[in-house]
Design a protein around this ligand. Sequence first.
Ligand SMILES: CC(C)(COP(=O)(O)OP(=O)(O)OC[C@H]1O[C@@H](n2cnc3c(N)ncnc32)[C@H](O)[C@@H]1OP(=O)(O)O)[C@@H](O)C(=O)NCCC(=O)NCCS
Length: 182
Amino acid sequence: MTAAKLFSYARALLSEAFLRLYMPYLRCRLGHLGPGAGIYGRCKISFPQHVHIGANTSIGPGCFLQASSQGHIIIGERCAIAAFTRIITPTHDPAVLPVAAVGINRTVEIGDDVWIGTGAMILPGVRIGSRSIVAAGAVVTKDVPEDVMVAGVPARVVKTLLPAELRFENGRRAILQKRKAS
Ligand SMILES: CC(C)(COP(=O)(O)OP(=O)(O)OC[C@H]1O[C@@H](n2cnc3c(N)ncnc32)[C@H](O)[C@@H]1OP(=O)(O)O)[C@@H](O)C(=O)NCCC(=O)NCCS
């Protein structure tokens, strides 16, 4: 066995061990972590008891989930939240100085089957409809309807996606093909 193979084998073992230990630990600390859901390394989570993550959702490396004393983060099932996404719940009142005099917490809600591209930022109070896509680097300041793609700063709808049944059917076919090929 070459050194590179040995190294990659050891790394896979370590990351498996990490997930086996880390997920049960997170399950105790978070408000909810559904079955099959996973959170990759180097994520930062504040007020973890106010973070609720649905089944089979994955949170990529380096994400920042900033829940707060009264601001929850609720993420649905089968979502893909790519690396370095930031979800923020605390904010301030622009009409008030000093800034810290008024702290506001607004819950962020993300539906099922949502894909958030890398480096996106979801601001306080936003709701993202099920099956929608947030493009990489978008800053989402307002609610996003279901089944659309948003992109840019601030994020705007750039596309209406195919009907959900068709996308699920495409997914089913892709999984079958992958199984046949392996
Ligand atoms: C959103 C995304 C999936 C593109 O999907 P697509 O269906 O191929 O969309 P298109 O390329 O046709 O883009 C539609 C419009 O949105 C714009 N757009 C796409 N991605 C954008 C982005 N990240 N920021 C700003 N605008 C973007 C395109 O320029 C295009 O605008 P136009 O109609 O004025 O030309 C892709 O750009 C993206 O952000 N992927 C995320 C990848 C990622 O984060 N991977 C991590 C692992 S999951």
